[in-house]
Design a protein around this ligand. Structure first.
Ligand code: ADP
Ligand code: GN1
Ligand code: MG
Length: 377
């Protein structure tokens, strides 16, 4: 993984040199670490007399073909910018797509001599994102934002997008990786604790769950479409004046996939009021009222393109994506924290416990959640 401290601790002078690749004549007012993403290192660059922008050092351990990621984002933003010109937005609603800012030599990234991959993205002005859900209106807007994103991409052939992260959201592959990590750890090397035992048991109790969406794909019930891949709530920007969703950011994982990965991920993220970083994992629950608001926002737009089968798998996707993220965090904990940024050694274990508790809560409310989905149709 790109060493967080290596990029975050770059001096203002070093960062300014990178800024000057994108904005050669600008006078820089400020460069500061920004946001709370788990993968990349993000900076907000403020300029004198010019709009601010986002500058990011891409995590090239996760995205091994960063050029492809940037190619995809360019395809996507060009396509969506054109679509938006014909799109009838309800009055007073705005929708933006982050634009790639090119370097002075017309590249979509800058590679430093020490091998770091930097890119610059336009800043979505007058907006903010939240790590935890704020209220029912926020939930509704998060759903609406995902619906907008899916609708805008609905006619883009998935073949136009590269697969930038092979295996992303293919849960059986995460399970296989988990089993490999377990095998390579000598039994004596696995620390035991009630929390670790809970995670081990939780996964082994659900042998069929990881296959549910991939089986539906194999059977032709669910089709590949362009997806966002990472629609957690802090990747959906909310307009500070109207409190409406205004953009989806973090477009690194846009690729062909099942929209159910997006629906499940968005709900597992937004219907957990304590948020995925809570230390109070035993109190984590899935709030069906938030799910209702989020799905109703989503369906305002998505009802136009969802099929009967799509509806049938919504509940499964919510349950699966919470489980999948728990499995990914737990595996990363066992593997020595090599993928997600962590602030302490047990961080990924704590995150896994949150997702497994959330999965448990989803399972306990299966009937209620399925009823909500049925009522919204
Ligand atoms: P990561 O992949 O590490 O999650 P993100 O692309 O999500 O990185 O960026 C981290 C945070 O930076 C976001 O949650 C958001 O708060 C902020 N951010 C990123 N891109 C933009 C943008 N174009 N406009 C405004 N804020 C942004
Ligand atoms: C990562 O980059 P960020 O923080 O938005 C991860 C997602 C996880 C999420 C959990 C490329 O997203 O898949 O759901 O953490 N992104 C990647 O917080 O693995
Ligand atoms: Mg993000």
């Amino acid at each position: 993984m790109t060493d967080k401290s290596e990029t975050i601790n770059k001096t203002f002078n070093q960062l300014s040199k990178i800024v000057s690749q994108f904005k050669p004549n600008a006078s820089i007012a400020d460069i500061r670490p920004y946001g709370s993403g788990n993968i990349n290192n993000t900076f907000l660059v403020t300029l004198d007399h010019q709009p601010p922008f986002i500058m990011q050092c891409l995590n090239t351990k996760v995205f091994c073909q960063p050029e492809l990621v940037m190619d995809n984002i360019c395809v996507l933003s060009d396509y969506v910018s054109q679509r938006l010109q014909q799109f009838d937005l309800p009055s007073k609603r705005r929708w933006l797509i982050p634009q790639v800012l090119f370097t002075k030599d017309q590249r979509h990234h800058h590679l430093t001599k020490d091998g770091f991959f930097w890119r610059a993205i336009s800043f979505i002005d007058n907006s903010q994102s939240f790590d935890t859900i704020q209220d029912l209106n926020h939930a509704q807007e998060i759903g609406y934002g995902l619906g907008m994103f899916h609708s805008l991409l609905n006619n883009l052939s998935p073949k136009q997008l590269a697969d930038t992260l092979e295996g992303f959201h293919i849960t059986p592959r995460y399970l296989k990786h988990y089993q490999q990590v377990l095998e390579t750890l000598e039994t004596s090397n696995i620390k035991t604790s009630p929390e670790i035992n809970y995670c081990l048991q939780f996964i082994s109790d659900r042998p069929n769950l990881p296959h549910i969406l991939e089986n539906a794909k194999e059977l032709g019930k669910l089709k590949l479409r362009p997806i966002h891949g990472d629609p957690k709530i802090n990747n959906i920007m909310i307009d500070c004046s109207t409190q409406q969703a205004v953009a989806m950011i973090d477009l690194d994982t846009v690729k062909p996939g099942l929209i159910h990965y997006d629906i499940g991920d968005c709900l597992r993220s937004g219907c957990n009021p304590l948020g995925e970083e809570t230390a109070d994992w035993s109190q984590v629950t899935f709030d069906p009222k938030l799910a209702e608001a989020m799905l109703s926002g989503y369906l305002t737009i998505a009802e136009d393109f969802l099929t009967e089968n799509d509806y049938q798998y919504i509940y499964d996707s919510i349950r699966l994506l919470a489980f999948e993220l728990g499995l990914r965090f737990f595996t990363d904990y066992l593997a020595g924290n090599v993928y997600f940024k962590v602030s302490h050694d047990e961080h990924n274990l704590a995150r896994a416990l949150v997702q497994f508790k959330l999965t448990e809560s989803i399972e306990q409310q299966e009937v209620i959640i399925k009823q909500i989905i049925a009522n919204l149709r």
